[in-house]
Design a protein around this ligand. Sequence first.
Ligand code: 4AD
Ligand code: MG
Length: 480
Amino acid sequence: MKATAIAHLLQQEPSLIDVTARGWVRAFRSNRFIALNDGSTLHNIQCVIDFENFDEEVLNNITVGAAIEVKGTLVESQGQGQKVEIQVSDVEVLGKADPEDVKLTILSPKRHTMEKLREQAHLRVRTNTFGAVMRVRSKLSFAIHDYFQQNGFYYMHTPIITGSDAEGAGEMFKVTNLDGKNPPLNEDGTINYKEDFFEKETNLTVSGQLEAETFAMGLGKVYTFGPTFRAENSNTSRHLAEFWMIEPEVAFNDLADNMDLAEDFIKYVVNYALEHCADDLEFLENRLLQEEKSKPQAERSDMALRDKLKFVLENNFKRVSYTEAIDILKNSKPNKKKKFKYLIEEWGADLQSEHERFLVEKHFKCPVILFDYPAKIKAFYMRLNDDEKTVRAMDVLFPGIGEIVGGSQREERYDVLKEKMAAMDISEEELYWYLDLRKFGTCVHSGFGLGFERLVLFVTGMGNIRDVIPYPRTPGNASF
Ligand code: 4AD
Ligand code: MG
């Protein structure tokens, strides 16, 4: 008989039908009650065995972490917390787990720190917390495709290996197969990349935006959803060296349309999670409450996780210009009392996460979209405003996260773009194709990038970005 997913079994009525379940043992109490989990749901199914009827050898191998198959009937549960359980007639141990070895791992049934879980990242998916986060992550991925596909967008796969630096920030990982110890050199001693695999310098992409723009100029509405790479040395709870980004790009959209799209999109996926991940979110909400008990009152959030998610759905994101934001920050208490690490002194300052979070969490108390940033602190491709000082950039800021989305209306004017590239030392030769778009039927267009892990952080209420991706890559760490 084929095994049935435990998620499915738990929703059945006690029907006395024969069932088969497979999974990993989470607990085995009194030689009688097996808590079995197969990952299909947070919840274990209770499997009751009459130990008198089973071989002692088999019983001895039903230990925490072991993979087993049980056959039996689905009966009404006598215990609390579940409607049904399996009255076991047959059990087979498929894969043993030596209790002495298990004791040394995070599979052992006690509280482990998130750091400990990270060290054993190959096993952490078998814990309630990480399993819940990964199920939510999967559902959110699907919701993202669902949103765009329902709204007439085409999914585009942008290259991972590229010769260009989309953000012009120089935070790239090189891709080469030259011998690092003894590379071929030019006469002037520099590395001769003509002899490299691609016969030029290449790197891992930091963003698929520039290529997505080319497709928007033919397919109209496109989105990417793929891994991106940044060699920025930021060891924070919100930065990864490898993260997944969603980048919609839409022809004929201006900045206001872009903000509407970002807000509508985020609300859709957050709502999707609320509707499709009820169990996991309830569990994660309680986990967060528990975790916050150890924090000082002032640092605790005043809303439970699911209320925070609903709050996002029910309120308009506050749209505020950079200039207004600077005024607010300049006159804010933490700035005047020098509590910010980076004090805001004048217009033009780049905003740090502490400023973004002040605006969202303390001042506006709702998600904020900041727009019209100084051209100097933003990437070369953003549409210059008539004031010639600001660009049509937008960042969406979220409570507890800071920046979750970065986007802009793109510079569609050939001459202006050329000038900006020259001023920012961006190679025209490398990006001739990007300039071409402005020669052949250019038009107003806009897009943004949503950091997927930051979205998962927000929805799950986890505190560290390393705990919402299967195998985090951060400075000094590329294990697994
Ligand atoms: O603001 P960013 O750098 O924007 C771009 O890359 C644009 N090309 C996007 C576009 O307009 N198509 O990055 C976009 C988002 C950020 O708002 C943040 O959520 C996330 O990507 N992000 C990171 N997430 C995790 N780790 C990092 N190191 C990240 N850097 C950016
Ligand atoms: Mg940004």
